[in-house]
Design a protein around this ligand. Structure first.
Ligand SMILES: NC(=O)c1ccc[n+]([C@@H]2O[C@H](COP(=O)([O-])OP(=O)(O)OC[C@H]3O[C@@H](n4cnc5c(N)ncnc54)[C@H](O)[C@@H]3O)[C@@H](O)[C@H]2O)c1
Length: 283
């Protein structure tokens, strides 16, 4: 059911790779809610992904290639988007993450530091770059909204999340620091949504994702939040209903982040204990 929450609003959506991507679900829902937007990803992701299909579904949304770590690509993206819509935009979704250390199986105590710099640049600093470029071009209307997607590993250690945890901590810090400046000067809000583990291309790179998703499902009183539910939350943050929400990291995880132990998880854990001969020998 649509509510026309984004009627008349324009935006940019980063990170729709395929129909599993959280950004893909956000684009579909933003379109249903009356928004117009450009879609963007890296040229390589566009070749291997399905962004042009998404564009067709969204009233032929302009597709503009940009590596989010490149200032000139971002300048071109914002300029072209404003030319296309004949003015400033109202919302931006940053749905970008990538770690070469994770991809290449380097553990957190054996990081490749060139990879680490790439992780941070792509997954965190790009958020700063997006906003710095937007602000210099005065590309976002007053009461506009900028959202990036984060994960609870920014606050708590989760085995296998690796250097992405550091990137997410920085991403959330950037939301606060830029949120102050953008709010003060332009009344633009900046938030991160901390989403449940979700089965996407990036998600499937997380070590033990199946077991992790089962664990968080059992731990969360409301269960894991899906990509579609994440999209709904993004829409509320782009809408005029949340104008005074800024500089926040907003948990969208069915309650997981405030749990210590649940009955469902405890039952599962106890079953494991009963079935393992020498539990003290497990790492
Ligand atoms: N899937 C999960 O479990 C989960 C949980 C919490 C947060 N998140 C976050 O959600 C966001 C979206 O991820 P997803 O799960 O939809 O996976 P996804 O793989 O569909 O999306 C990641 C996107 O990042 C893009 N990207 C990578 N490098 C880029 C660059 N240099 N410039 C521009 N774009 C680039 C990819 O092309 C891809 O479209 C990420 O920030 C991710 O960390 C995901």
């Amino acid at each position: 059911m649509a509510y026309n929450l984004l009627k008349g609003k324009k935006g940019i959506i980063f990170g729709a790779l395929n129909d599993m991507s959280i950004a893909w679900k956000v684009a579909e829902l933003a379109h249903a809610e009356g928004a117009e937007f450009s879609l963007t990803n890296t040229p390589v992701s566009m070749r291997f992904g399905e962004i042009h299909e998404l564009s067709k579904k969204c009233n032929n949304a302009p597709v503009i290639a940009a590596d989010a770590t490149s200032i000139s690509d971002l300048e071109n993206l914002f300029t072209q988007t404003m030319e296309h819509f004949g003015g400033k935009i109202d919302f931006v979704l940053h749905s970008i993450g990538m770690s070469l250390n994770v991809r290449k199986g380097r553990t957190y105590d054996d990081l490749d530091y060139n990879f680490l710099q790439k992780t941070i640049d792509i997954s965190a600093i790009s958020f700063h770059k997006v906003m710095q470029v937007a602000r210099k071009l005065d590309a976002i209307n007053e009461w506009g909204s900028v959202v990036a997607l984060s994960y609870v590993a920014a606050q708590r250690t989760l085995y296998g999340y690796n250097d992405m945890a550091d990137a997410k901590a920085m991403l959330e810090s950037i939301a606060r620091s830029f949120g102050y400046i953008y709010g003060r000067d332009k009344k633009i809000r900046v938030n991160t949504i901390s989403q449940s583990p979700t089965m996407t291309t990036a998600g499937s790179g997380v070590k033990g994702i199946d077991g992790l998703m089962d664990f968080t499902e059992r731990m969360s009183p409301l269960g894991n939040a899906t990509a579609e539910e994440c999209a709904s939350y993004c829409i509320t943050l782009f809408s005029d209903l949340t104008r005074k929400v800024t500089m926040q990291n907003l948990y969208h995880d069915g309650g997981f982040s405030n749990m210590g132990m649940s009955l469902k998880a405890m039952n599962m854990y106890n079953m494991g204990l009963e079935n393992v001969e020498n539990p003290e020998e497990l790492d």
